[in-house]
Design a protein around this ligand. Structure first.
Ligand code: 5GP
Length: 198
């Protein structure tokens, strides 16, 4: 456990591809401007439309290694050949200062953070949309994928679904039930803000 007193709350969200992450992120940004979206460092290249400092801090492997040596990360992991890490400055100072922070990290990072942040100050959240076939259909509807891409996506899905076993809260976002998912998410955020502000 980190030797620091926390008064804020960390939401660790895992939303597999096609589970409705963008909808919930948009909903949160529009309705809960006080939620801080943690920006991670990564060594992967930016995708079109991604902005440095907003989606990620895009840095070189050398810069990343330097930050590891300087103990700047609260957690970091290798995923799909790239390095990803959460800077201590992105979350710890905020959690010590009554802020609600949302972060999306993969399971290795979640496993590192879980014992570091007291249970009362964090919620591991998994967005369930109904299994691989549903996710595949939803994603294909948005943008058709090649067989090769599908295989990679499936491997990623297998990695992502492991978070469900660690989750403190599962939000269901089944087909046609986006309003239910939003309501459940609202209830969780209201609870979190009540706790932080009490
Ligand atoms: P992508 O490259 O698709 O943006 O992200 C790949 C995976 O890395 C996703 O599961 C994402 O949640 C995870 N990720 C993003 N930032 C971090 C981080 O700071 N730490 C860890 N451990 N995983 C991260």
């Amino acid at each position: 456990m980190i030797d620091q007193e926390f008064t804020g709350h960390l939401l660790l969200m895992m939303a597999p591809m096609g589970s409705g992450k963008s909808m919930l992120v948009r909903h949160t940004k529009e309705n809960y401007p006080a939620v801080y979206f943690s920006v991670s460092c990564t060594t992967r290249s930016p995708r079109p439309n991604e902005i440095d400092g907003v989606d990620y801090y895009f840095i070189s492997k050398e810069e990343f290694r330097k930050k590891i040596d300087n103990d700047e990360f609260v957690e970091w992991a290798e995923f799909s050949g790239n390095l990803y890490g959460t800077l201590k400055t992105e979350i710890l100072d905020r959690l010590a200062n009554k802020q609600v922070v949302l972060t999306e990290i993969e399971i290795q990072g979640i496993e590192i953070l879980k014992p570091l942040i007291p249970e009362a100050n964090r919620t591991i959240l998994y967005i369930e949309a109904g299994g691989w076939e549903v996710l595949k259909r939803r994603a294909q509807k948005r943008a058709p994928m090649s067989e090769e891409e599908l295989v990679l996506r499936y491997e990623r899905y297998e990695h992502e679904i492991k978070v469900k076993a660690l989750a403190d809260k599962v939000i269901n976002n089944f087909d046609g039930e986006a309003e239910v998912a939003k309501r459940d998410f609202d209830n969780l955020l209201k609870e979190v803000f009540l706790k932080v502000n009490s």
